[in-house]
Design a protein around this ligand. Structure first.
Ligand code: XMP
Length: 313
């Protein structure tokens, strides 16, 4: 004798969960908060620091999920492992593959640790994914790089729970607001799973990552200060694999080049480059070249999609 209500309650109660490689993004945060509301601390989120996140990202996400949202989150710092596997790799698809596979390795090891530590609660059966409706369409219609990343978790022998699979992005944002997720997070620009590795056009080293993190942080700080963040769909800095000649004092310099990207887009299938007020670009350029040793030139990308893509790799 059972009712459907009890069945739902019992099924949900079995779920002890984990969220994926873009943990800290809007979708996985909303999905995680939903799970937390449903089953509290029987839900576990794992965030893998892959060494190619934005400046201070791991710490900020940890603080927000743990402290502000009360979600049970473990952050695993696997940056050494990721960066050693990326050593010398330039091909973008190779970078994506390495990051995807390493993510699965780290994630599975961490899930096994969690399971062992809480053996009294039984096995982990379910995997939470923040898949949206457009992802559902995408992953059955073509196998592009992002679809491959997004479906990676299916390699594990866990049943999938996808609470957002009927929703579009703006609906997820509305749901996030309803769940009291801070506006700063709900409005956040998307960030790709392979992170800064696909925004460093040459080989990925810790020094290059740190340089790009700082340029990217200055860029976004100035965008926010100018009140433009909400008008832009996605903005980021790219580190080009060339050097340019410059001058500092009476010295000739020969240093790296940063490209800035900002686009407006409904669905990221097409995108327009964003028209900045001149003074904002001027400030960003002078801050990046003044504050970051090793960079003597900043360029702005004025290419729409198509023919360009949003990312450079
Ligand atoms: P493109 O460069 O294809 O980007 O015009 C469209 C959107 O997809 C994001 N993107 C990715 N997201 N893994 C991800 O999770 C990836 O490998 C990947 N490549 C591109 C990109 O940031 C933009 O929002």
């Amino acid at each position: 004798d059972w009712t459907m209500e009890e069945f739902i309650g019992k099924e949900i109660a079995r779920i002890r969960e984990i969220c994926g490689d873009t943990c800290g993004g809007v979708d996985s945060t909303v999905a995680a908060k939903l799970m937390h509301e449903a089953i509290g601390n029987r839900f576990h989120a794992i965030m893998v620091d892959n060494g190619v996140l934005r400046l201070d990202e791991a710490r900020q996400v940890n603080e927000m999920l743990n402290k502000d949202l009360g979600v049970n989150l473990t952050v695993v710092d696997a940056s050494d492992l990721f960066l050693s596997r990326l050593d010398g790799v330039e091909d973008p698809e190779q970078k994506r593959k390495i990051i995807g596979n390493t993510f699965i390795n780290v994630f599975e090891a961490e899930a096994a640790k969690l399971e062992a530590a809480e053996a009294d609660k039984g096995k982990i059966d379910w995997l939470l994914q923040g898949t949206l409706y457009p992802d559902v369409i995408e992953s059955i219609s073509f196998k592009g790089p992002s679809a491959t990343i997004k479906t990676h978790h299916n390699d594990m022998k866990l049943k999938l729970i996808e609470p957002l699979r009927e929703l579009f992005k703006d609906e997820v944002r509305a749901l996030g607001r309803l769940l009291s997720i801070p506006a700063s997070l709900v409005q956040r620009h998307p960030f790709p799973g392979p992170g800064l590795a696909i925004r460093i056009l040459g080989p990925v080293t810790r020094a290059q990552v740190q340089l790009l993190q700082r340029a990217d942080a200055i860029y976004l700080e100035e965008i926010r200060a100018a009140g433009l963040y909400q008008q832009i769909s996605q903005a980021f800095a790219v580190l080009l694999p060339v050097r340019a000649v410059g001058v500092m004092g009476d010295q000739r310099t020969y240093e790296q080049v940063i490209a800035l990207r900002a686009v407006q887009s409904e669905d990221f299938m097409t995108a327009d480059w964003f028209v900045f007020p001149t003074d904002v670009l001027r400030r960003i350029s002078s801050r990046i070249t003044n504050e970051i040793a090793g960079v003597n030139r900043v360029t702005y990308d004025v290419t729409s999609k198509p023919p360009g893509t949003v990312e450079w790799l």
